[in-house]
Design a protein around this ligand. Structure first.
Ligand code: DHB
Ligand code: FE
Length: 279
């Protein structure tokens, strides 16, 4: 059976793509953010994943307001990104792990999650930037399975439902007949609001409480409904649902491997955590 080695949760601000393209990692603005990553690289060298299951939210590149699945799972042989209008350079294509894709789709539908299966899918900055931060050489040593959660158009799935989705994905990964080593990513957040009256809103106290909860009380955020989460974390801060799903794959007890928190990056409080199943 496959081994779930752990989860990496991180923000996915588009400006990171520009900073990578312009080699600004040592620039005073960017250094506290990029300094968070070498411990993740060392951990990846130790645990050597073969596959990454990536919880992320599409921002209008693959799905638009006309068709918006609540949960979608990629089952494509490869995934490319495309111009989103940010001017971020395109990255090499990602190889899909189709056997795991179909196993996840069958397991999730069997567990009564009505997922949309996508045999063609383009992936946006929420997928490509965390991958580029994990693997700066962009040679992608892992095959991938994208799992997309709608945080763009209301109604959004609840935190409780996203946690349950993560639990089901974790069980399915562990039941996958493969000797692969699987890492889970959750990308988005933390607190930010890009538009409206509260544009620029950041809530450090909430972010730190949320990060702490993932280690010791992982269902804490499921007490809040979507509107309460928007109030606490900002309209786009609700992307923390990806963190919750990723955390839930690991089961009840986890070990903290690494964390970093720095604000602001663009309009966002950037967070980073690596968690592994408790031994
Ligand atoms: C920003 C953050 C996001 O999560 C996103 O998808 C787009 C922009 C930002 O802070 O600039
Ligand atoms: Fe986003």
């Amino acid at each position: 059976m496959a081994t779930l080695v752990g989860a990496v949760t991180t923000s996915h601000v588009p400006a990171i793509g520009r900073a990578i393209a312009k080699n600004l990692q040592a620039d005073p603005y960017w250094k506290p953010f990029f300094d968070g990553w070498p411990p993740v690289h060392r951990w990846l060298e130790q645990v050597k994943p073969d596959v990454a299951v990536v919880f992320y939210n599409d921002h209008g590149l693959n799905f638009f307001l006309d068709k918006m699945p609540t949960f979608a799972v990629g089952a494509a042989p490869e995934y490319r990104n495309a111009d989103e209008g940010w001017g971020i350079p395109q990255v090499p294509a990602f190889r899909g792990e189709q056997d795991l894709s179909w196993h996840l789709i069958e397991s999730l539908v069997g567990a009564e999650f009505d997922v949309t299966s996508c045999q063609e899918m383009v992936v946006d900055h929420a997928f490509t930037l965390p991958m580029a931060l994990m693997y700066p050489s962009q040679d992608w040593p892992v095959k991938v399975v994208p799992v997309c959660i709608n945080t763009v158009q209301f109604p959004l799935p609840s935190a409780k439902r996203c946690y349950a989705l993560g639990e089901a994905v974790g069980q399915a990964v562990r039941a996958w007949r493969s000797d692969a080593r699987v890492v889970v990513l959750g990308t988005g957040g933390l607190s930010h609001q890009l538009d409206g009256e509260r544009a620029g809103f950041i809530n450090k106290d909430f972010d730190l409480a949320f990060m702490e909860s993932l280690l010791h009380d992982p269902r804490w955020a499921t007490q809040f409904d979507s509107r309460q989460l928007v109030e606490k974390a900002g309209t786009q801060g609700i992307e923390l649902l990806m963190w919750l799903a990723a955390r839930a794959t690991l089961g009840e007890k986890v070990r903290s491997v690494h964390r970093n928190y720095h604000l602001p990056i663009s309009n966002t409080a950037s967070g980073l955590m690596v968690m592994a199943p408790a031994d």
